[in-house]
Design a protein around this ligand. Structure first.
Ligand code: ATP
Ligand code: FE
Length: 366
């Protein structure tokens, strides 16, 4: 069986085909990133128009690259939640159209579950494992007991890390620096931070340091960063991107503070898993996924934590950390193999803007 995966939850029109051995046959991703960078953020109507324009050519090209036709496809996996409704609906409608026309079942996919599970595509990761999902819209810790059994330990109470990096990068006008002009906010912040000469110049607080749960909060950090930036602008009577050394130092301070928070929470999650025997001690695995998992500084800090706690650490290849059709096809295959959620009753399928990841244990983590 070959699984066709379709992803349109945000601003990428992604499509991929995976065979029954989990081998990737082809993949096409049309990114709207540059368009949205120009607009200073995603405008849902524009994202929808672009998905509508690109969905058909993207799927067609994916089939062509794999030298397959729709007849060779066994099932269509498509992201139905969570995400921007105007974006999600384009993928859902196209999947239903293909399903009806070629008489193929649909496998609905949860975008965040797909971010977590795709790590299993290239690594020998077994259930259960701990996952830290850090992306543009989410920040959460969960135990993945099985393909369809996620236990949520903590989540973001305000902004997600990718969102904070994107906002701060925009406010710093990092895109005016030619080297960063094609980068997303997170990459620009990471690169600027690597050039810092005095990263300890700015003192930023550790969020929620006195709480023993696994929730995240980054708004306080973001506000402090913007405050320091404003102070420097006033002091030097200039605008952000003219303040290169300070901006680099501030990016480094923000990255370090964010990392400390992520590590602190992950450590607490490991402790909770041990106390409650959620993960067997002979095989402890941490998966880091979502776009922010591309960040090498954050990943190395988590690696150090894992060294201390005897966890093995994994992350998908960078291309698979951000949004793509491959993770949707992969999740489709994992569900297919276990006979989960495969349906031909399309009227029962609908999109959901927000959706819990699974069973919530948040109240128990104290
Ligand atoms: P969600 O999955 O929560 O719906 P999303 O799909 O928009 O959100 P992803 O595609 O997983 O998010 O990731 C995009 C985010 O990853 C962006 O906010 C981007 O700034 C961030 N990002 C990408 N590379 C890096 C990096 N090297 N360092 C930090 N952040 C990064
Ligand atoms: Fe995503």
């Amino acid at each position: 069986i070959n699984i066709l995966g379709i992803e349109t939850s945000c601003d990428d029109t992604g499509c991929a085909i995976i065979n029954s051995n989990g081998k990737l046959l082809s993949e096409v991703c049309h990114s709207q990133n540059l368009m949205h960078l120009r607009n200073g953020g995603i405008i849902p109507d524009i994202a929808q128009d672009l998905h509508r324009t690109y969905i058909e050519p993207t799927v067609t090209k994916t089939l062509q690259d794999a030298k397959l036709t729709m007849e060779d496809i066994g099932a269509i996996a498509v992201t139905l939640k969570p995400g921007l409704p105007l974006s999600l609906v384009v993928g859902m409608k196209y999947a239903k159209h293909l399903g009806r026309r070629y008489n193929k079942p649909i496998i609905p996919i949860h975008h965040m579950q797909a971010h977590a599970l795709v790590a299993r595509m290239h690594h020998d990761i077994r259930f259960p494992f701990l996952v830290l999902l850090i992306s543009g819209g989410h920040c959460l810790l969960a135990v993945v007991q099985d393909v369809d059994h996620f236990q949520l330990l903590g989540e973001s109470m305000d902004s997600a890390p990718g969102e904070v990096f994107d906002k701060v990068a925009r406010r710093m006008k990092l895109r005016n620096v030619p080297e960063y002009s094609q980068m997303c906010g997170g990459q620009a912040v990471e690169t600027a931070a690597s050039k810092a000469t005095n990263p300890h110049m700015f003192k930023l607080p550790l969020p929620l340091s006195e709480y023993r749960d696994c929730n995240f909060s980054l708004n306080g950090l973001k506000t402090s960063v913007l405050f320091h930036l404003h102070k420097k602008e006033v002091e030097h009577k200039t605008v952000a991107h003219e303040l290169i050394p300070e901006v680099n130092d501030l990016c480094a301070a923000m990255l370090m503070a964010t990392t400390r928070h992520l590590v602190h929470r992950t450590q607490r999650a490991m402790e909770f898993c041990k106390e409650n025997k959620l993960i067997p001690e002979e095989r402890q695995q941490l998966v880091v996924s979502g776009g922010v998992a591309c960040n090498n500084y954050i990943f190395s800090a988590l690696q150090m934590l894992c060294n201390e706690t005897c966890y093995d650490i994994y992350r998908p290849y960078p291309k698979l950390c951000t949004d793509n059709g491959v993770m949707i096809a992969w999740n489709g295959l994992e569900k297919w193999n276990k006979g989960l959620d495969i349906t031909t009753d399309f009227s029962s399928l609908d999109i959901e803007a927000s959706s819990p990841l699974g069973e919530s244990l948040i109240e128990q983590v104290r």
